[in-house]
Write a new protein. Structure first.
Ligand code: FES
Length: 95
């Protein structure tokens, strides 16, 4: 298990070794912007401040430049360490 912190809201939740950040957020009661959930539409894109991730697909829809700048797609991202993400669009699933 790793811990994911979302800024600027200071929300935090746990993510398992095999679940995506998006699914872990939903399980904890938080909804990230998303649509396709397969790494192609980019509606979930957000910036990784600290930590390391890997992807469940080979070619997530990000350019090499975006990856170098820290942009990630949480719908297909697995946490390899604790993470801090910038995602101002996160909301509670309970409204
Ligand atoms: S929801 Fe489409 S790329 Fe993440």
């Amino acid at each position: 298990m790793h811990r994911v912190h979302i800024e600027p809201s200071a929300i935090a939740f746990e993510v398992g070794e095999q679940e995506t950040v998006l699914i872990a957020a939903l399980a904890a009661g938080w909804r990230l912007p998303s649509s396709c959930r397969n790494g192609t539409c980019r509606s979930c894109i957000c910036r990784l401040r600290t930590g390391e991730i890997s992807y469940v697909i080979e070619w997530p829809g990000l350019s090499a430049e975006e990856k170098a700048e820290g942009w990630i797609l949480p719908c297909v991202a697995i946490a390899r360490t604790d993470l801090v993400l910038d995602q101002p669009g996160m909301v509670s699933v309970f409204g």
